[in-house]
Write a protein that binds this ligand. Structure first.
Ligand SMILES: *[C@@H]1O[C@H](CO)[C@@H](O)[C@H](O)[C@H]1NC(C)=O
Ligand SMILES: *[C@@H]1O[C@H](CO)[C@@H](O)[C@H](O)[C@H]1NC(C)=O
Ligand SMILES: *[C@@H]1O[C@H](CO)[C@@H](O)[C@H](O)[C@H]1NC(C)=O
Ligand SMILES: *[C@@H]1O[C@H](CO)[C@@H](O)[C@H](O)[C@H]1NC(C)=O
Length: 420
């Protein structure tokens, strides 16, 4: 038996693993490709570094993430910046900057099928890049994260993110995937010169850095002011793969029609999505389906009930009914799509799980994960193609242990075959 050590796994991470599964010595996973689950660093590596800062992206690379995730917003003057929230008081010192006090506002917008209201805050969409660059990232609102980095980092542009990923690709000599999420397009496209301004701005920027090709014309005349920086030569290393993400299904479909990059359809609020006909519809534009992880454990009905999300039973029945949680992965794979559930938090944060129907926390039968290993092994077993993870080193170790389990299982079945 060949036990995969961390060193050999790290070495294999450094190789381009395409064609990997044709090697008969390598065990097959339940993923669509048969390869191991790809680990996506959630907001970089926010378990250790302030999310979406250069340090968070560097650390995700050093820890061996396969993809490194940025979230995109758009400033008033048309600059793409990386930040999870559309507002800034939670993770920056904006409230303490007197020159920005007049920009405090209330906003309501549609986000993943739900109306969202945020009051008395500062919004990326109302600020210029110059104003955004006055801010420092601060984690005081997240008590479980390290506080000693407060004040050290600025909010980055999407271009800076792409340059950082190119830089780590060159410096570590291995590719990393880029997987930008376009947050709230209905908010960021408000008041722009045309309806898909935000999407096109992101597409042109990704293309410049070598991560996508345009497959259907976009109106470049609207972006004559977009001045993208010269590229640092790659010095022989290939760029990693790319994927888009959006909760907005129209935006997901738009990105899919207009670029060569696969699209991740994120979802946790639309009941129709979790039916057979719903997945048929999604498969017309998405290559990867990304549900909140509870959909694979407790299922759509219990999850929506817990969130007070209502549905029309007749419409859901006409679409084939909700897919049972233990069937969901198979139904997505059956339609040729990959799966990328979110979010596998740092162990310092509550796992906030719903259990399988009828299963009590701590019980021996059924699934109600009590720790991160149980959680990961369950999802690896379902054949998740990608996972949005925090503490990437820990996730990498669990992936190695899972590979060892598969190898042991195969070796013992080879052994019993030899005995016959
Ligand atoms: C936001 O709305 C609240 C009422 O919910 C109001 O008291 C406040 O003045 C509003 N803030 C701004 C900046 O308009
Ligand atoms: C990328 O690396 C170059 C060369 O070291 C450096 O000048 C540049 O600042 C880096 N870019 C970012 C965004 O960190
Ligand atoms: C670029 O590649 C050359 C040849 O492989 C190597 O000697 C050099 O250190 C590389 N430069 C950087 C910045 O990685
Ligand atoms: C659902 O509604 C109940 C009763 O109004 C409320 O207590 C609960 O906080 C709501 N849950 C969510 C997630 O909004």
């Amino acid at each position: 038996m060949r036990v995969l050590t961390f060193a050999t796994a790290a070495a294999s991470l450094a190789l381009n693993v395409s064609g990997f599964i044709d090697d008969p010595r390598v065990v097959r996973w339940n993923t669509l490709s048969g390869k191991q689950t790809q680990l996506v660093g959630h907001r970089g590596e926010k378990a250790f570094m302030p999310e979406h800062t250069r340090a968070s992206y560097w650390q995700a690379a050093v820890e061996g993430a396969d993809y490194i995730e940025p979230d995109l917003g758009l400033t008033k003057d048309g600059h793409l910046v990386v930040n999870h929230n559309e507002w800034l008081s939670e993770n920056t010192n904006v409230a303490s900057i007197s020159q920005l006090a007049h920009l405090r506002a209330n906003k309501t917008w549609m986000d993943d099928g739900k109306l969202k209201t945020v009051t008395n805050d500062w919004f990326i969409a109302d600020m210029t890049l110059e104003q955004i660059k006055m801010l420092r990232v601060n984690q005081a609102a997240y008590a479980w994260r390290p506080q000693h980095f407060n004040g050290m980092f600025d909010v980055l542009t999407f271009e800076e993110y792409l340059q950082i990923i190119r830089n780590v690709t060159i410096e570590l000599g291995r590719p990393f995937g880029v997987i930008p999420e376009l947050k709230s397009p209905l908010l960021y496209n408000r008041g722009r010169s045309y309806p898909r301004y935000f999407e096109d701005r992101a597409i042109l920027t990704m293309r410049h850095y070598g991560w996508t090709k345009i497959t259907k014309d976009i109106d470049t005349s609207q972006h004559a002011d977009l001045h993208l920086a010269p590229l640092r030569p790659l010095n022989g290393t290939c760029l990693g793969p790319s994927a888009w993400q959006s909760f907005d299904q129209e935006t997901a479909a738009y990105l899919s029609r207009h670029t060569s990059t696969p699209v991740v359809a994120l979802n946790q609020n639309l009941p129709w999505f979790f039916t057979p006909k719903g997945l048929d519809r999604v498969s017309k534009y998405a290559q990867i389906v990304s549900p909140w992880k509870d959909f694979f454990v407790t299922g759509a009905e219990a999850y929506f009930t817990s969130q007070n999300i209502t549905w029309n039973p007749k419409e859901i029945a006409q679409m084939g009914g909700f897919i049972a949680p233990d069937r969901l992965a198979k139904e997505i794979h059956k339609r040729g799509m990959s799966i990328s559930p979110y979010t596998f938090y740092d162990s310092h944060q509550s796992m906030s799980y719903l259990c399988q129907k009828g299963v009590k926390p701590g019980s021996k039968s059924g699934f109600c994960p009590k720790d991160k290993s149980e959680e990961f092994f369950y999802f690896f077993g379902l054949g998740m193609d990608f996972m949005f993870v925090e503490n990437i080193v820990e996730a990498n170790v669990l992936r190695i242990l899972y590979t060892n389990k598969l190898e042991q299982r195969r070796t013992s079945s080879d052994y019993s075959a030899d005995q016959q």
